[in-house]
Design a protein around this ligand. Structure first.
Ligand SMILES: Nc1ncnc2c1ncn2[C@@H]1O[C@H](COP(=O)(O)OP(=O)(O)OP(=O)(O)O)[C@@H](O)[C@H]1O
Ligand SMILES: [Mg+2]
Length: 258
């Protein structure tokens, strides 16, 4: 159970150093977006929310793996020091891998109907596990064509809104920022649906050292100082927020304020 925040029931993120910055945690039942260019640790951050949510807070979670197979995910996590299968055997985690033909189905059929049927099956898994946390990584299905953007936006909108209305977990969705686009999400709709947005990136210091950073772009109903924070990837633990960046950094991936 989360601490009672000033106005809302808050959920501890499980990410060391983050809750204090965002007013205690995430708002229970809402959806948060993690965006960033490729390799900026979106997956590791989302998994930290689930793995530490289970280990530290006893909250079961569901991970929907859109980019990787079950075997790839479990093996990657094992190298990192996380035993996802043990969490599964304890009823603290479930991994779902959607069918690969999702994109074809969205293009051929009504995206609203597809999103709703996906939500219905997510709802059943959430109920079976009594899951408190849900991650969809990433929110949009594998491949898409430029001409599908309107259709994909509608699909994402219905998916997020139906999840909030019908599932009852606290949700993290990830989305990739295409390199060089200058946007904070891939389809330009994800950030408006989210109660909070974390943009992850890589930057370089004057001395030439690479730093991983998190920009807290938006946090509804929480007095957050917008800012850039240095993050670190710690095996077995996950993503850790070290503190505000105080030096001047040169962005290597897109970041809204650097
Ligand atoms: N044990 C580790 N220690 C430090 N860094 C690590 C470790 N394991 C993975 N990484 C780094 O994490 C990065 C990948 O993070 P992650 O997969 O979460 O990124 P992502 O934003 O989800 O990428 P993608 O766009 O491909 O989905 C890798 O580039 C790798 O450098
Ligand atoms: Mg990823």
């Amino acid at each position: 159970m989360g601490d009672r925040g000033l106005y809302y029931d808050t959920v501890p993120t499980g990410i060391e150093g983050l809750d204090g910055i965002i007013g205690g945690g995430l708002i229970r039942g809402r959806t948060y977006l993690i965006s960033g260019e490729t390799g900026t640790a979106k997956t590791l951050t989302a998994l930290t929310f689930l793995v530490q949510g289970a280990l530290k807070h006893g909250e079961p979670g569901i991970y929907i793996s859109v980019d990787e197979t079950y075997e790839q995910l479990v093996e990657g996590a094992r190298r990192f020091g996380w035993d996802l299968e043990e969490l599964r055997s304890k009823g603290l985690l479930e991994v779902l891998v959607p069918e690969m033909d999702l994109v074809e189905r969205i293009r051929e059929k009504d995206p609203t109907a597809i999103a709703k049927s996906l939500v219905e099956s997510i709802r059943e898994y959430v109920a079976a596990l009594n899951a408190q946390r849900l991650v969809i990584d990433p929110i949009a299905p594998l491949v898409t064509l430029e001409k599908d953007v309107q259709v994909l936006r509608e699909y994402i909108r219905v998916l997020v809104m139906s999840i909030e209305r019908e599932v009852g977990a606290t949700n993290i969705i990830t989305t990739e920022i295409p390199s060089g686009s200058g946007a904070i999400s891939r389809y330009g709709v994800e950030e408006f649906l989210a109660a909070g947005v974390f943009v992850l990136g890589i930057a370089k210091s004057r001395e030439g050292a690479f730093k991983r950073v998190m920009f807290i772009r938006k946090m509804r109903w929480s007095p957050v100082n917008p800012g850039v924070y240095e993050i670190e990837i710690v095996p077995k633990v996950g993503v850790v927020v070290k503190g505000p960046v105080r030096e001047s950094l040169m962005p290597i991936t897109y970041l809204p304020t650097l």
